[in-house]
Design a protein around this ligand. Structure first.
Ligand SMILES: [Fe+2]
Length: 135
């Protein structure tokens, strides 16, 4: 399970709220993947998660654009790559259905990416935005 803690905070409330919602949705997905009854839930959870992630990335990119973040292009590219990975993974996951190895794959493909991205790229973005917001 993804558990929120302060080390994930960027200091930008809107972004932190969205990250927490992403954690909740990924946890719903993990739960559905671990239950035999989860197969019917997968499309709905993936739909929501996919749309939410796209909206969330747009929020971050709006902040970066507004405050002239120098790493915007690179950050946006990483978001786009993740969306592609997510869509491929979704297809594969829905075809395969719930089970232990789907849980393992969700952890590997989605959970690890999300943690890593928030702890590195989003933290750097957060530092910059906090400075910019002070001015
Ligand atoms: Fe990001």
């Amino acid at each position: 399970m993804l558990e929120w803690s302060n080390r994930f905070a960027t200091g930008i409330a809107e972004i932190d709220d969205q990250h927490q919602e992403l954690f909740r949705q990924v946890n719903r997905l993990l739960e559905a993947c671990s239950q035999g009854t989860g197969k019917a839930l997968l499309p709905e959870i993936f739909d929501f998660l996919g749309k939410y992630a796209v909206e969330h990335f747009a929020t971050e990119e709006r902040y970066m654009e507004r405050y002239g973040y120098p790493e915007l292009a690179e950050h946006r590219k990483v978001h786009q790559e993740f969306v592609r990975t997510f869509l491929q993974f979704r297809q594969q996951a829905e075809a395969q259905g719930p089970g232990v190895h789907l849980v393992v794959q969700v952890n590997r493909v989605l959970v690890d990416w999300l943690k890593n991205h928030i702890l590195k790229m989003d933290q750097e973005m957060g530092k910059f935005l906090q400075q910019a917001l002070k001015k």
